[in-house]
Design a binder for this molecule. Structure first.
Ligand SMILES: [Zn+2]
Length: 474
């Protein structure tokens, strides 16, 4: 998509770092070129020329700005991002070293405002939230790998008391630390839902794929075929207003628990987003579904398949293509469901085999090429979850076949990043138009501006927009 000079100049005036790398600003009077986010004095419109690359700016006789280092950015170096990433790595290894969010900010070397801004931009969250998640993840590992008592683990990962550990753990995982430890010996487990969890929206999410051959929802009974690290398994859920009973037919219940938490979206901060929407005077966006969550795909690869198959076609047709791919490359289980295909099964296809299934040549190429990147070890889907959002986005955008819509879709539905917008999504734009009562449907620029108010919860905002004009599910 080509941007106009006026658009680019507006981004320069706004100092919009989201546009870094998408163009470079040459200032003819000073002879330098900059990133759109450069903090130097804003050039006058008539003195500016735009360049697609650093090279083209240099060829016109311009020099790189010493303030914003456009060449470093173009070559992937990003010292500020790297320093935040190494701080986060440290937090995740030794969360107890950081007493609280203040300690995190202090260690960052940035002022409080800037540190918050960087955590929001690169990790879609606050230092306090990232610290709690790091404590819980560390505790999970210790629960499974050691025989230490709960009090010792709570202290070891930095919780100030056993009750805080217990509450925070239960809220995000739907069970107690002790019950989590028992998963390693279990086939079944029970998840406690928060009060007013919108089960009717979960039912809608679990039955939205109208052509699915890998999952089935009958009343309150859900059966899904999933791929765990040990191979295909059947996940059975019984939905009830305050609890979900889960059973896995094979493999690890620890893994199955993480799939279920994802399906339920239990570790998303739905209440915080609902408060923000109300504060913005947009209570109508969340009315009747304040606790709505994003139901995550059962694996990252499943998210990859959706994000490529779903490009530029309507949803029912995407479901149909997915069904045909599953029937072709998935594993048929005794209960008649197909477990989703592994990357290896898709990588083994030839693009011509997908054409009779009504895949476009391009879609067939993209799906197979990305599966091959995974099987050849050039793309590690699980490692994307641990990356900063910025790094995950750059990694994914560099892959042929993944544009901004697919990347953001994948990040919000399969990787759990909280502040994504699938730009160009027609349902998002038409519902934004309705929500804000606009004369015309917002373009990408306007979408970006309108969605900015929902940061750092833009993924949840997107999910609410998807539901906005639909009837309330039963
Ligand atoms: Zn500059």
């Amino acid at each position: 998509m080509r941007m106009t000079d006026a658009t680019m100049y507006a981004r320069v005036l706004a100092g919009d770092s989201a546009y870094n790398g998408r163009f470079f600003t040459g200032v003819l009077t000073t002879g330098i070129y900059c990133l759109p986010s450069c903090k130097a004095r804003k050039p006058r419109r008539e003195n500016v020329r735009f360049f697609p690359t650093c090279e083209s700016a240099r060829e016109s006789g311009l020099r790189a700005c010493k303030k914003c280092h456009p060449d470093d950015f173009a070559h992937g170096a990003d010292p500020v991002l790297e320093s935040i990433e190494s701080l986060v790595a440290e937090i995740r290894v030794s969360p107890a070293v950081f007493a609280d969010a203040r300690a995190v900010v202090h260690s960052s070397g940035f002022g409080q405002t800037r540190a918050f801004e960087l955590f929001r931009k690169h990790y879609h969250t606050t230092p306090a939230d990232l610290l709690v998640r790091a404590r819980i993840n560390r505790a999970k590992r210790q629960l499974l790998a050691t025989r230490s008592g709960l009090l010792a683990i709570a202290g070891d990962v930095g919780f100030e008391s056993l009750s805080v550990f217990h509450d925070q753990f239960r809220q995000r995982n739907g069970l107690t630390p002790a019950a989590y430890r028992d998963l390693s010996e279990a086939r079944t487990f029970t998840i406690t839902l928060p009060e007013s969890y919108p089960l009717h929206y979960l039912r809608r999410a679990l039955s939205r794929d109208i052509h699915s051959v890998s999952e089935r929802l009958t009343g309150d009974a859900y059966v899904g075929a999933v791929q765990l690290s040990s191979g295909p398994a059947v996940l059975t859920l019984r939905l009830a207003p305050s609890v979900i009973h889960a059973e896995i037919s094979a493999g690890s219940a620890v893994e199955a628990h993480s799939v279920v938490i994802g399906l339920l979206g239990l570790d998303q901060d739905a209440a915080a987003f609902a408060r923000l929407a109300k504060k913005l005077g947009l209570a109508r966006l969340v009315a009747g579904r304040a606790e709505l969550r994003i139901s995550q795909t059962t694996s990252v690869f499943d998210g990859v398949l959706w994000s490529i198959i779903g490009q530029q076609i309507n949803f029912p047709f995407a479901c149909l293509l997915k069904r045909r791919l599953f029937e072709r490359t998935g594993t048929l289980l005794p209960n008649g469901l197909f477990a989703p295909p592994t990357p290896a099964a898709v990588a083994a296809l030839d693009p011509s085999e997908l054409l009779p299934l009504q895949f476009s040549r391009q879609k067939a190429d993209y799906v197979i090429a990305i599966a091959r990147l995974i099987t050849q070890g050039q793309l590690d889907l699980e490692s994307l979850r641990a990356m900063s959002a910025t790094r995950a986005e750059r990694t994914l955008l560099a892959i042929r076949g993944l544009g901004p819509w697919s990347v953001n879709y994948l990040m919000m539905r399969a990787l759990g990043f909280a502040d994504c917008v699938p730009y160009g999504d027609t349902s998002v734009t038409s519902n934004l138009q309705e929500l804000f009562q606009l004369e015309e449907r917002p373009d990408i620029e306007a979408t970006r501006r309108l969605m900015a108010v929902f940061s750092p919860y833009r993924s949840l905002a997107t999910n609410h927009l998807w539901q906005f004009k639909q009837t309330t599910p039963l």
